[in-house]
Design a protein around this ligand. Structure first.
Ligand SMILES: Nc1ncnc2c1ncn2[C@@H]1O[C@H](COP(=O)(O)OP(=O)(O)OP(=O)(O)O)[C@@H](O)[C@H]1O
Ligand SMILES: [Mg+2]
Length: 247
């Protein structure tokens, strides 16, 4: 008889009581108001929320780019909020790939040169042509960003992220402003990465894209997680569909 095993995944990130306050006095903004969230290793989770809900703030803190006002973020058992700036630099270099909301490509460098930049800082980098092949840009290596479509530029930023051989990939609204056909390509690329065992967290405002890529979802509004669970359950929720099912 076959042994039926339930797959209990290890936790990559455990976030507890995370708060972020920007500014002081009257101009204070409470961007995160006590976020608790566990992200299983090797899962693809989407953080679904409207503009200003705290998505970028949350991703930046998990990526070691910003520090919280309060709370803890444990990555593979280590509290990254306790790291000093050297520790954070090492954490980013050795573990994290970050795809920013705005592309951040260097216009005067070709696709190959843009991804090659990472080899100077990464501990175990891929070859530029390997990374570009993974996102389907093998034939555009010598083109400059301005010669690529918006979708191709987004693929290039994903290739640059893969160069560092990360264990976690954080993508901040990777489908924003892109045509549906390109969005499908990006979704397929992201799914391939998760299938290879990477832990992926992406932020998104549209549940339709989320359904195509993610296995889990957490809904964030005004700096708080409202609901989390398997994407099928979240996407079936009336309230979520009303708020996040944009055409
Ligand atoms: N550096 C900052 N200084 C002050 N307030 C900030 C700063 N960065 C973000 N905020 C505020 O914190 C809140 C959360 O912002 P955040 O960028 O995390 O939202 P978001 O969900 O990523 O939005 P979007 O979908 O528009 O990118 C917003 O009210 C924003 O105005
Ligand atoms: Mg944002």
């Amino acid at each position: 008889m076959q042994n039926v095993q339930s797959v209990e995944r290890a936790t990559a990130f455990s976030v507890q009581g995370l708060t972020k306050i920007y500014g002081t006095g009257e101009t204070q903004v409470h961007a995160l108001r006590g976020v608790d969230l566990d992200l299983p290793q090797g899962e693809l989770t989407v953080l679904l929320g409207p503009s200003g809900s705290g998505k970028s703030t949350f991703l930046n803190i998990l990526g070691g780019l910003d520090s919280p006002t309060g709370g803890t973020v444990t990555f593979q058992g280590r509290d990254i909020t306790a790291l000093d700036s050297n520790g954070l630099t090492q954490y980013r270099r050795d573990h994290v790939g970050f795809v920013f909301q705005f592309y951040n490509l260097i216009p005067s460098l070709t696709a190959r040169e843009n991804v090659s930049l990472v080899t100077e800082i990464a501990t175990a980098p891929l070859r530029p042509d390997e990374a570009l092949e993974l996102v389907g840009l093998s034939d555009r290596m010598d083109h400059f960003p301005a010669q690529l479509s918006g979708g191709e530029q987004q693929m290039l930023t994903i290739a640059r992220t893969l160069m560092g051989n990360p264990q976690i990939i954080l993508l901040d609204e990777p489908s924003e402003g892109l045509a549906p056909v390109i969005v499908q390509q990006i979704a397929a690329t992201i799914r391939t990465l998760a299938a290879e065992g990477l832990t992926v967290l992406l932020s998104e405002q549209n549940v339709r894209f989320a359904m195509h890529v993610a296995s889990r979802a957490a809904v964030i509004e005004r700096g708080r997680i409202l609901v989390e669970g398997p994407i099928a359950d979240i996407a079936a929720d009336e309230g979520v569909r009303e708020a996040y099912l944009t055409p």
